[in-house]
Design a protein around this ligand. Structure first.
Ligand SMILES: C[S@@+](CC[C@H](N)C(=O)[O-])C[C@H]1O[C@@H](n2cnc3c(N)ncnc32)[C@H](O)[C@@H]1O
Length: 264
């Protein structure tokens, strides 16, 4: 069984490909057909897409802080505008390059399967792929337009589709097997999720024992009008109540930027 057949699951029945469709009477062939599209095109494993295909349900609407990123305009400008602003200190002094260094140092030499959750345009997933150190990189995001930008950027960076498996997915219904992933990066993401507690709980679930989470988000006193910002204590509380052990949780504030390092 390939890594992907082992790791990727149906978001409805949570079974990996090898077991579908024998025990799965909800998602029928949808999941199998989607998986056959990989790696040349993205696969849509949001529960919403599966239900819509099978039952013709209306599309689900998420809170604005999630839906915002589905706009092609936001997706187009996201990486064209933000990186120099981040580098001035909003997102670490030095921006995404410093974050890449911190993240890969934390992941260490071990990881085979690395998932960039809420990857957006793949600003980190592409760097991880170019590093050439990991066996399997999966980039997952809810926004199809962010993922379209990722695909375009991969072509420009000379990254082949086989180097990054792209999934449209929801952190609240991760289409990944329990205890299967070695390392997860979730950059500048938690404040955009509909429910950060549910997202972290699912991340804990899919990490294998000893697996690592490197996550970043923005902090209060930024006002939670559209996004949900956190204090360091709130972040720590979320991590502890979703399964991580006190000894393996580190949350740092760098100005308005929170950096999380956890080991399951
Ligand atoms: C601020 S962007 C961060 C993108 C990238 N990780 C980075 O470091 O720049 C937040 C991302 O979270 C994604 N997102 C929001 N809600 C999500 C959900 N429920 N499941 C998965 N991704 C989600 C958005 O689509 C968006 O791409």
């Amino acid at each position: 069984m390939s890594i992907l057949q082992r790791v990727i699951t149906c978001p409805i029945c949570h079974l990996p490909l090898a077991e579908v469709p024998q025990r799965c009477d909800t998602c029928l062939d949808y999941f199998r057909n989607e998986l056959e599209k990989a790696p040349s095109s993205l696969i849509d494993l949001t529960p919403d897409a599966v239900q819509r295909q099978i039952e013709g349900n209306a599309a689900e609407t998420k809170p604005l802080r999630t839906e915002l990123f589905r706009s092609p305009i936001i997706s187009f400008f996201y990486e064209r505008i933000l990186p120099p602003i981040w580098a001035m200190g909003l997102r670490n002094l030095g921006g995404i390059d410093v974050e890449f260094q911190q993240c890969t140092e934390f992941f260490g030499e071990d990881p085979e399967i690395v998932v960039d959750i809420s990857c957006g345009t793949g600003i980190m997933a592409r760097r991880l792929a170019l590093l050439g150190k990991y066996e399997q990189i999966i980039a997952l995001d809810y926004s199809e337009s962010m993922l379209a930008q990722l695909q375009q950027q991969m072509k420009l960076d000379g990254i082949s589709p086989s180097q990054i498996t792209i999934i449209r997915g929801d952190v609240e219904a991760l289409p990944l097997a329990s205890d299967s992933v070695d390392a997860i990066y979730a950059g500048a993401a938690m404040h955009c999720w509909p429910n950060a507690e549910a997202g972290i709980r699912n991340i804990y679930q899919v990490l294998r024992k000893g697996g690592k989470l490197f996550a970043t988000t923005f902090l209060k006193p930024l006002p939670s009008i559209v996004f949900r910002f956190f204090t360091v204590d709130e972040l720590r509380q979320i991590l502890l109540t979703t399964g991580f052990h006190l000894d393996h949780v580190q949350v740092e504030a760098h100005g308005l930027y929170g950096i999380i390092r956890c080991v399951k």
